[in-house]
Design a protein. Structure first.
Length: 106
């Protein structure tokens, strides 16, 4: 099992708008294609205005196949266009993680 941890830094005045757009236009599409949403968070302490979400995949090939299928969906493309228009994302960081043999997520 692999976990993708994605961290978005959002412009301070646009965090609420970005979350509303994501919830209305992207969440259902991602759940349909990516399947295993482990968690979705905003930061309370540390670097401000960050959104962090974690998705689980059976393998690296599984991740590639799921994300490729999602990218071809017109609903996802519409979200990508709206996201670009909103101009809220400052940075995106993506990490692929493998749990240790003693992790509860293993």
């Amino acid at each position: 099992m692999y976990y993708e941890l994605r961290t978005y830094t959002i412009k301070p005045t646009k965090l609420g708008d970005w979350l509303a757009l994501y919830k209305s236009a992207a969440l259902a599409v991602q759940q349909e294609y990516l399947g295993n949403l482990v968690g979705f968070f905003t930061t309370e302490f540390g670097e401000a205005n960050q959104v962090v979400h974690i998705w689980g995949y059976a393998s690296l090939d599984d991740r590639i196949a799921r994300r490729s299928a999602m990218a071809a969906d017109p609903r996802w493309q519409a979200f990508a266009s709206q996201n670009k228009e909103l101009d809220a994302v400052v940075t995106l960081e993506s990490r692929l993680l493998r749990p240790t043999d003693f992790s509860p997520l293993n």
